[in-house]
Ligand binder design. Structure first.
Ligand code: 6A9
Length: 783
């Protein structure tokens, strides 16, 4: 070995050692350590610790070995015959209960997860209830557990032994040790009433490699196939307990059953089946009152069915929280074509992309809610800003730790990837063409917009009835938090302005008075898509032009600047406060000079050498309103409200349409953002219209006519949107990605409890509809 080689080995060793020590110091657990943070699985548990213990539950028909192998349920899938699944009550801090209606296998499953306050123990109680009328229902349950090797392949241990007490008692016991978790144990405990068909089998698979560790189903299936037919009719796979890094504990039942999986670090006791059961019972009975307190319901949504609705929404939003760890694919080639300055820039960019070197980043970590467990079980930047709106009400600590996790991903340039596909497990759900993130691509900065409401909660300026914040309740700690976040968010904002700037050189004709800071442009568009804007197929200038200016990009800059202005003011950063206030004014000026065509707000482009506006009425036209850049006295407000309330354009029986029914593109092509009702932006619309109605008038105390209209629209829109999501949930058992403007039916992805969950924020809004005057808000802060 060369001296250099020896040296680098030594360095590697020393840094392992340093890592190891750091990890040992970090064994402190808290309520947040463990949870069902693998939302892509029907039930999967892991700690918020990288390279660690991954656990989960699979189930299948217990009729025969071949049926078992062909019906194995593991990852949430669209088409495996579930008639609804989800959390009926769930709190990230405490636990909750998920019901799974497996119509194909004729069984209802319940996974009740509960954890101790110190985070050192938890249990999941799995109950199976055959569907009414179904006889001889045999179900095979497979608990799986695996330890990851850490990045230096340091040994981690896990061993299981079969206790095999049929019909009750402990069925299996596993022990292990991982630096971050210390010594731990978990056990599977049966119930005396269970009719177990075979002895519980503990099946160990030795040395499953790093890229297999998360594939419980495929590892199990190939293992089962490898041991082959020697087992005859037996459903259980091979009974071979022992040390290994992946274990399966399988039990097959006939009829109803209960099985409890309990975990503990060895210094505390197990949550045994009795403790788990009573803990879950008290969680369940306390949950409705808590949900009602945080999300009060006002007329006409007082009935109990809306209470169950709001509980299901918040539970499933929270139940979609995932902890992700792994590398991601990035194109940071900064190819000249990515400047997008030439005509046909998207073709040049595509060529450059095809030739670019893709980098695998170092492993990154993210704690994030997810748009949908079966479809999009990973982090999406602008979605998370919506997810955190209800979470901010529910649990401030949780919202803060998610925000911190996202802001930690902001790189030294200020960039943050739009879609976080970390590690092979997350990657396995995304076609290769969509895996790579580009360092010149942006996405709406919704997370920045959360800072003012967060600040208001931290300082007590706005009402907070969620979990009492445990360590941020003093002004000093609020300041410390914002001081910590501020440089990163400011960097991200500066990155956005710099990289998504519109071109105001003499190269393109611009309206008089338009200058730098008055216009921005999403990079990464093609004739059909502007994925970076979040409004994928919303119609824009066609063909695209390097001189384009996008209305929403400018509105996001203006709103983000206003958010930063408020943080700067709180922190006493006067210079920054003035700077950001100037950016807000510039954005407002740009809206009028560049984007207003006399009737509506539009995109702008260059056409035949001339400045031209591109007007497709829809959500895009509403951004100045939605993002708080128009006040009640704004001269264009009346026309914007005309558009909102026009049945022939945006106003549908089920909420605001994404694209006007009169637009030539309405319902055309992919028909994604071309008419369907999206809940996230409808919620912003209700909230903003309502605020406009409540704004104190400059000249009189009475609301103006336009304010009364805003209030009336808000009140009516609120009811329509809630009714739409509710009716569809009641009928299908699912929340949906979007709703059809013609029928109100849910469409695209189901089990979409991402931003659709924001509907819960509408339940408590009160309006006095008889007078059209200012209403009161059950969720408003005391003045
Ligand atoms: C592509 C296909 C299984 C599209 O909710 C996440 C995003 C939003 O941010 C965006 O505004 N959704 C909206 O227009 C879903 C996008 C999913 C892209 C995945 C790969 C995977 O097929």
């Amino acid at each position: 070995m060369t001296a250099a080689g020896l040296l680098s080995l030594t360095i590697l060793y020393l840094c392992c050692l340093a890592r190891r020590v750091e990890a040992l110091n970090a064994t402190a657990t808290s309520w947040s350590t463990w949870g069902p943070y693998r939302p892509n699985l029907y039930f999967g548990v892991r700690p918020q610790v990288p390279d660690t213990l991954l656990m989960g539950l699979m189930w299948a028909s217990g009729d025969s070995r071949s049926k078992m192998l062909s019906s194995l349920r593991d990852t949430c899938e669209q088409d495996d015959g579930m008639q609804g699944y989800g959390w009926t009550y769930y709190d990230t801090r405490l636990g909750g209960s998920q019901t799974i209606h497996d119509t194909q296998l004729q069984i209802d499953l319940d996974t009740g997860f509960i954890k101790s306050e110190d985070g050192k123990s938890w249990a999941v109680r799995i109950t199976g209830t055959p569907k009414a009328g179904a006889t001889n229902v045999k179900t095979s349950l497979i608990v799986h557990a695996a330890v990851e090797m850490d990045e230096f392949s340091l040994p981690k241990s896990l061993g299981c032994e079969n206790q095999s007490l049929r019909g009750g008692g402990v069925e299996a016991l596993c022990r292990g040790e991982i630096a971050e978790l210390g010594h731990f144990e978990f056990q599977v405990v049966g119930d005396a009433r269970n009719k177990a068909l075979h002895d519980t089998a503990v099946n160990s698979v030795l040395k499953v490699s790093e890229d297999e560790i998360w594939k419980a189903k495929s590892v199990f299936t190939s293992q089962a196939k490898a041991v082959g037919g020697s087992q005859g009719q037996s459903v259980a796979v091979e009974d071979k307990p022992g040390a290994g890094n992946m274990h399966f504990i399988q039990t097959t039942f006939e009829g109803p059953f209960t099985l409890t999986l309990s975990y503990r670090t060895v210094e505390v006791a197990f949550l045994d089946p009795t403790a788990a059961e009573s803990g879950l019972d008290s969680l369940q009975s306390a949950f409705p009152a808590r949900a009602d307190k945080v999300f009060p319901r006002a007329a006409p949504f007082e009935q109990d069915k809306y209470a169950r609705f709001s509980q299901a929404i918040i539970s499933n939003l929270l139940g979609g929280l995932g902890f992700f760890h792994g590398n991601t694919l990035v194109d940071d080639s900064q190819a000249p074509a990515y400047e997008e300055t030439e005509l046909n820039f998207w073709e040049d960019a595509a060529t450059a992309m095809a030739n670019a070197t893709i980098t695998q980043t170092v492993p990154l970590t993210l704690l994030s809610h997810t748009p949908s467990r079966p479809f999009f079980p990973r982090g999406f930047l602008w979605d998370e800003g919506f997810h955190l709106l209800p979470v901010l009400e529910w649990d401030l600590d949780l919202a803060i730790s998610v925000l911190q996790s996202w802001f930690n991903l902001i790189d030294t340039d200020g960039w943050i990837g739009r879609e976080q596909i970390l590690g092979p497990e997350a990657r396995s759900r995304v076609p290769p063409a969509f895996q790579v993130q580009y360092t010149h691509y942006a996405n709406p900065p919704t997370l920045l917009l959360l800072l003012p409401p967060l600040l208001a909660k931290l300082t007590g300026a706005s009402r907070y009835t969620g979990h009492p914040s445990t360590h941020l309740s003093t002004p000093a700690s609020a300041t410390a938090l914002l001081r910590d976040l501020y440089p990163r968010v400011a960097r991200h904002y500066a990155w956005f302005r710099r990289t998504q700037a519109g071109n105001f050189t003499s190269a393109y004709p611009r309206p008089a008075g338009a200058a730098d800071g008055h216009g921005f442009r999403w990079r990464g568009r093609t004739p059909q898509h502007t994925l970076t804007s979040g409004l994928d197929d919303y119609p824009r200038a066609n063909p695209p032009h390097p001189g384009e200016l996008h209305l929403d990009a400018l509105a996001w800059v203006g709103a983000a600047a206003d958010a930063l202005r408020q943080v700067a003011a709180f922190l006493g950063e006067e210079g920054d406060e003035v700077l950001y206030a100037g950016h807000v004014e510039a954005a407002k000026k740009g809206l009028e000079v560049v984007h207003w065509d006399g009737e509506r707000y539009c995109d702008a482009t260059v056409e035949g050498g001339q400045f031209a506006r591109v007007c497709h009425e829809g959500y895009l036209s509403l951004f100045p309103l939605l993002l708080g850049l128009m006040d009640a006295e704004h001269p264009n407000l009346g026309k914007v409200l005309d558009l909102v309330g026009d049945e022939a354009r945006l106003w549908s029986p089920f909420g605001l349409r994404s694209l006007s029914a009169q637009d030539e593109n309405y319902g055309e092509g992919e028909d994604y953002w071309r008419g369907a009702v999206w809940v996230n932006l409808n919620v912003l619309a209700v909230r903003r219209l309502r605020e406009l109605g409540l704004e104190p008038g400059k000249s009189s105390r009475e609301p103006t006519a336009v304010q009364k209209r805003a209030t009336a629209l808000a009140a009516e829109l609120r009811e329509r949107v809630v009714n739409t999501v509710f009716a569809s949930w009641e009928k299908t058992g699912f929340f949906w990605e979007q709703y059809k403007d013609k029928t109100g039916e849910g469409s695209h992805s189901r089990a979409f409890t991402g931003w659709t969950a924001c509907v819960v924020l509408l339940l408590g809004l009160q309006f006095d509809k008889t007078t059209g005057e200012r209403g009161d808000d059950a969720t408003r802060s005391p003045q």
